[in-house]
Design a protein around this ligand. Structure first.
Ligand code: ATP
Ligand code: LTN
Length: 327
């Protein structure tokens, strides 16, 4: 029987942090290994052009993200791992979707507002139409499921709206994709636990390839509160609760179990123990990534074969889409 299709992408804009890992990448690997889905995972290089960038750094950023994918456990034999720009049909479909995308909905997108504020000297149209390209990435492969973090839900809602609208104007063509969230869909910043951990605020990020000393020093410096009891209470104890969530996400234990494990510890002991756990957890990953980066030909060949497979299904789908709209 045909398995349902699952698609997700990550932008090559910097190093992956533990929010990207617990909200997305770890779940990609678990979903791939469940054997229940036909998986497509890609590097969203076209999306990454909407942020200020240096062309000389782009190839290394792409290679680095591909190494993250493979070192974390994505397997080119099980999933199609590819580069967005290697499948031109996604930008082709993005244009078609733009012609049915309501301007008002795009204007309401939180990410557009946040990123426009963050780079006021470069509020480009691509930043505005970003969600239509994301919808194209999803609808092009007939995806029914999309694993993402909480900040992408608004974009996914638009993908459903566009699928529905296209289907009703031009006949049944697309699935309405559903999100798959993890138990930690919004990891908070270490230096400001009221804000989402984000690559645009590197000071609050725990990067998954950070060396153990860096992990220790970042966690030691994480913002907590003026009490001393380890307790899960995101409203009153955002910093401690975020650390409990990180521990729970990595260990697979419930928050209650994690809380019990730390019972009687002070904040310093909690931080020490979390830092050890995080550095041990990513030890294998760090080694595997370093080895992979020395063999870039292996990474490139995985991307080439994944891109060829993705392109094949995209070409077929695009022919149907064009027929539907009379082109
Ligand atoms: P960032 O804000 O760090 O730049 P992003 O959302 O702009 O991340 P990506 O790097 O492409 O862009 O995000 C990859 C995936 O990681 C997405 O599915 C996103 O929802 C998820 N993600 C990003 N930040 C977090 C977070 N703090 N907690 C959980 N998931 C997150
Ligand atoms: N916008 C996403 C990256 C992305 C994506 C997608 C995720 C681009 N296209 C399709 C899922 C499905 C982000 O994480 N910032």
């Amino acid at each position: 029987m045909k398995k349902p299709i699952l698609v997700s992408g990550i932008q090559p804009t910097g190093r992956l942090h533990i929010g990207n890992y617990l909200g997305a990448l770890k779940n990609f690997v678990d979903l791939q290994n469940s054997g229940k889905y036909d998986c497509y995972f890609f590097i969203a290089d076209y999306h990454s052009l909407t942020e200020n960038f240096n062309p000389a750094e782009k190839p290394a950023q792409i290679l680095n993200l591909a190494a993250d994918f493979l070192a974390a456990g994505l397997d080119p034999k099980k999933s199609k791992i590819f580069i967005q720009s290697a499948v031109p049909q996604s930008t082709e479909l993005a244009w078609i979707l733009e012609t049915i995308a309501p301007m008002g909905e795009l204007k309401r997108m939180t990410q557009f507002k946040d990123k426009s504020d963050a780079q006021q000297e470069n509020v480009n149209v691509g930043l505005f139409t970003y969600p239509t390209l994301m919808a194209a990435d999803i609808l092009l492969y007939d995806a029914q499921f999309v694993p993402v973090g909480d900040d992408q839900l608004q974009h996914l809602e638009l993908a459903r709206t566009l699928a529905r609208k296209f289907n009703s104007h031009f006949g049944r063509t697309f699935f309405e994709p559903k999100e798959i969230l993890t138990a930690t869909p919004r990891v908070m910043s270490l230096d400001d636990p009221e804000k989402k951990m984000s690559k645009s605020r590197p000071g609050g990020c725990l990067f998954i390839d950070d060396e153990p000393e860096v992990i220790k020093s970042k966690i030691r410096g994480a913002v907590t509160d003026s009490e001393s009891v380890v307790k899960y209470d995101p409203k009153r104890k955002a910093g401690i609760s975020n650390m409990l969530e990180i521990m729970s996400g990595l260990s697979g234990k419930s928050i209650a179990e994690v809380e019990r494990g730390f019972a009687g510890m002070n904040y310093g002991e909690l931080k020490h123990s979390l830092a050890d756990y995080v550095s041990d957890y990513f030890e294998k990953f760090r080694k595997k990534k370093a080895t992979l980066l020395k063999k870039s030909a292996v990474i490139k060949s995985a991307l080439r074969s994944g891109s060829a497979k993705a392109k094949k299904s995209a070409e077929k789908k695009m022919a149907d889409i064009k027929k539907k709209i009379g082109l």
